[in-house]
Design a protein around this ligand. Structure first.
Ligand code: SF4
Length: 379
């Protein structure tokens, strides 16, 4: 079984919908009602019980949010007990927990490792106090550095950090100090996201009011290209638009399922699921989620059955975000097409423009192509 086939097994995502405070740029669903954690964990166990016949076995588990690290030891134990009681996990399953640097110390890292967690993703965002203050984060640069150092000493197989660039007024050199600092640790995965002030968030409102300017398109492209080149010097493969791994074995297996269109089950408020054709998503409200599960109902807000055209477009859209690109044989088999002949003209143009390469059975974006991945998907 090659990596692609292996990646067709489903992944499990758990959304922990709690944060101690809300960051002004964030549009993920979460609430600060920490008093509801016990009720949530009970409801979550009820939601798990709805699925083991359809989704009995996983090879990745990703606990995200929200802020999973607001859970204390007892709550984490309860969560893992429910998970292991209801589902089974492959012996070498990737088990990731997202952590906030403000919540963690050496004891808590060790505890997570004892629970079977083998991969941490730390929401560092920046090692610069000014940037962290702009982002409204709870932690400061010292806490971020300590959390990374502790995590490195705690014996996890894989360690990833999230970093954000494109902060108003940030220079390229100033930004690269963050990835450069991270690269001095045995961190094997970096997610570098461009700041996007989303509508409906306090930061989005400030941006619309003209309180600050974002870097222009050319600067954003410079950040993207220079980050890739800079991290390449430290052995990081730029394998997805926002993601870098120190070697193929460090790629985030769970996230690859999203990009490979593999099935996944998402549990918790606002979580999304996909079974290969159908996608559904949960209530984006803890109160409604608890109410539904109290009545024994699945807390599903809506679902949609993707048409072959939608699946095809998503496959292109997701595939062009990855350096590996589109698997030509699989694409032709899944969509009854012959993409190389049907799209010969535009593929030739993109090749000439240095946006794609066609080799070894894949249509793969170059680095310049990944920078315009959404546009490539419209072939
Ligand atoms: S960025 Fe993370 S910690 Fe901040 S509000 Fe969003 S989910 Fe919570």
């Amino acid at each position: 079984m090659d990596r692609t086939e292996e990646n067709r097994l489903p992944g499990l995502y758990i959304h922990i919908p709690f944060c101690k405070t809300k960051c002004p740029y964030c549009n993920f669903y979460s609430t600060t009602a920490l008093g509801c954690i016990d009720a949530f964990l009970k409801a979550l166990a009820g939601e798990m019980a709805l699925y083991p016949e359809r989704f009995p076995h996983f090879d990745t588990l990703y606990i995200g949010g929200g802020t999973p690290s607001v859970l204390d030891r007892r709550e984490l134990e309860t969560l893992f007990k429910s998970l292991r009681h209801t589902f089974s996990f492959a012996p070498r399953a990737e088990i990731t927990v997202e952590v906030n640097p403000a919540d963690f110390d050496a004891d808590r890292f060790a505890f997570l490792r004892d629970l079977g967690v083998n991969r941490l993703n730390i929401g560092v965002q920046s090692f610069d106090d000014g940037v962290l203050a702009f982002l409204g984060r709870r932690h400061n640069a010292r806490e971020a550095k300590e959390a990374v150092a502790w995590a490195c000493r705690s014996g996890f197989d894989h360690l990833g950090l999230d970093l954000i660039y494109g902060i108003p007024g940030q220079s390229l050199e100033g930004w690269l100090e963050g990835p450069g600092y991270a690269a001095t640790f045995p961190v094997d995965h970096l997610s570098c996201y461009q700041l996007t002030p989303e509508r409906g968030t306090p930061l989005g409102a400030r941006c619309q009011n003209g309180e600050f300017d974002l870097p222009d398109e050319q600067s954003q492209l410079d950040f993207f290209l220079r980050t890739s080149e800079f991290l390449g010097r430290f052995g990081f493969l730029h394998y997805e638009v926002s993601n870098f791994a120190r070697g193929p074995g460090a790629m985030a297996r769970h996230n690859r399922k999203y990009w490979d269109h593999a099935p996944y089950l998402g549990l918790g408020p606002a979580a999304h699921s996909f079974d290969g054709k159908r996608r559904w998503w949960n209530r984006k409200s803890l109160a409604r989620y608890l109410e539904d599960l109290d009545k024994g109902l699945a807390p599903v807000e809506e679902d949609e059955c993707l048409t072959p055209d939608q699946l095809r477009l998503e496959t292109l859209f997701l595939g062009f975000r990855t350096r590996r690109g589109i698997d030509i044989a699989r694409f032709d088999r899944d969509f009854g097409s012959d993409i190389l002949s049907e799209k010969a003209e535009i593929l030739a143009r993109y090749t000439q423009e240095g946006l794609i390469v066609i080799e070894n059975g894949f249509i793969a974006p170059t680095l310049a192509g990944m920078a315009v991945a959404d546009q490539l998907a419209l072939i």
